[in-house]
Design a binder for this molecule. Structure first.
Ligand code: LLP
Length: 438
């Protein structure tokens, strides 16, 4: 399995044998914007948004909300795109909320998350009347209530629950006692207590429940278990308090392809399965189908992103391995170091050549900084451009200035045009917060 199986969206190999994205030759993009460069296929991002919306429209009888998880990738341009596509937006910090508000994203379509939201963050959320605050713990209920009271408001909330299933890629665990800092645990009775408390506080309006079971998930079964748990909890709540769950938010998690071996379900399969499960379980428990929300991040932007690097050094250690060093690394992609994540790549200016050499791609940070171990590439040489696939989610958003690397630029490509949405940081900007020396 080679590069062909990794081409997606508007990607193709053009007549020059170069990788092209959004109608732009990657070699030309590098001439114009330099490397490392995050290239985002705008058409593919929009298509993924539409696929989510259409799949829900086909499979669910009442309102659905696709809340893009901004933590995956958020800039002003991305907020605008999400607004234009009619999605909601999940923010997880004051900075993400600030970005959305600066982009004039409709505040009623924002969901706010966090296991510790500061008073400042909650105050901004309340003053801007954001759509939903997803409350994570007992202390936050009290604090949000008094902030809302001070601001003469009633905050619209959901409660984040811990449904006893946690999933990642091919594995999931089912347990009543998940060890997590997030949410109210259902098993130990805290979630029920939280509902009672929320209903008793005058400046909070409870709409329903939220859960998020993991990320880069390839299986539907853990969602089924979570949905079952959410409804069986909602039934207890209804009988104990009379509160009827009108909204259910199942969080994010659908996986993407980082390498040719990855085989996640399609957006359509995922959405159809959860809709069917929610409908079936709701009716079994005697609920009308609630407003159904999901919070996809990776599956909207992950495969739409490609990072372009310049190869600088090719070092062959006979009988050991060949290191190919590129001009970025763990500052623009911390995922291999953090999670042991695996990637696939191609030499953009030799995309039609058969890969003939197994090499290890190293970043240029001052530690081992391996981006891809043992990947076949077509005769890598200094000056070649390496394109690493599936870097749209949790790359720019997790980039750092380690070793005082300026963060790369981000371009959106579409219909032969490249739009700079984040320009490259400069060396001067690395000093912008340093106190000047006398
Ligand atoms: N909703 C909530 C409450 C979340 O915590 C997350 C992700 C999402 C939605 C979006 O999940 P997605 O659809 O993107 O899987 N930095 C890690 C991923 C951390 C995900 C954290 N929460 C990585 O690079 O793999």
């Amino acid at each position: 399995m080679g590069v062909d199986s990794m081409l997606r969206g508007t990607m193709r190999v053009n007549e020059l044998g170069h990788l092209e994205i959004g109608g732009r030759d990657c070699v030309d993009l590098v001439k114009e914007f330099g490397t490392p460069l995050y290239v985002m296929d705008e058409t593919l991002i929009r298509e993924n948004c539409k696929r989510y919306k259409n799949a829900f429209a086909q499979s669910y009888p009442t309102e659905t909300r696709v809340c893009y998880a901004g933590k995956a990738f958020l800039t002003l341009a991305m907020c605008r795109l999400i607004e234009e596509e009619g999605l909601h937006l999940d923010v997880a910090s004051g900075g993400e909320l600030f970005t959305a508000l600066q982009a004039k994203f409709p505040s009623e379509r924002i969901y706010m998350h966090g296991n510790f939201k500061t008073d400042e963050e909650l105050t901004i959320a309340v003053r801007h009347k954001i759509g939903r605050i997803v409350v994570d713990c007992m202390e936050e209920l009290e604090r949000l209530n008094s902030i809302a009271e001070k601001n003469g408001a009633v905050a619209d909330i959901m409660l984040r629950l811990t449904p006893g299933v946690e999933a990642h890629t091919h594995e999931y665990i089912r347990t009543g006692q998940i060890d997590t800092k997030f949410g109210f645990h259902i098993e130990n009775g805290v979630a029920l207590e939280a509902v009672k408390k929320a209903l008793s506080l005058k400046h909070l309006r409870l709409h329903g429940f939220h859960c998020h079971i993991g990320s880069q998930i390839f299986e539907i079964e853990p969602y089924r278990i979570a949905i079952e748990q959410m409804f069986s909890f909602a039934e207890i709540v209804r009988s104990e308090t009379g509160f009827v769950m009108r909204e259910l938010n199942l969080g994010g998690g659908l996986g993407v392809r980082y390498t040719p071996e990855d085989d996640p379900p399609t957006i359509e399969t995922f959405v159809a399965s959860i809709c069917e499960t929610v409908r079936e379980i709701a009716s079994r428990f005697g609920f009308d189908p609630p407003i159904l929300a999901v919070e996809p991040g990776r599956s909207i932007v992950g495969e739409a992103g490609t990072t372009l690097y310049t190869i600088g050094v090719v070092k062959e250690i006979p009988k050991v391995r060949t290191y190919v060093s590129v001009d970025g690394g763990m500052s623009d992609n911390p995922r291999p170091a953090l999670y042991g994540a695996r990637y696939f790549a191609v030499i953009a200016n030799k995309a039609s050549q058969e890969p003939n050499k197994i090499v290890t791609v190293a970043g240029k940070h001052c530690e081992s900084d391996i981006l891809i171990r043992d990947i076949p590439l077509a005769d890598p040489q200094p000056g070649d451009i390496l394109a690493v696939f599936t870097t749209g989610a949790y790359h720019y958003s997790m980039a750092s200035n380690y070793n005082r690397f300026p963060r790369p630029a981000v371009v959106f490509v579409k219909d032969g045009k490249a739009k700079l949405v984040v320009r490259r940081e400069t060396y001067d900007e690395l000093l912008r917060c340093d106190h000047k020396l006398d």
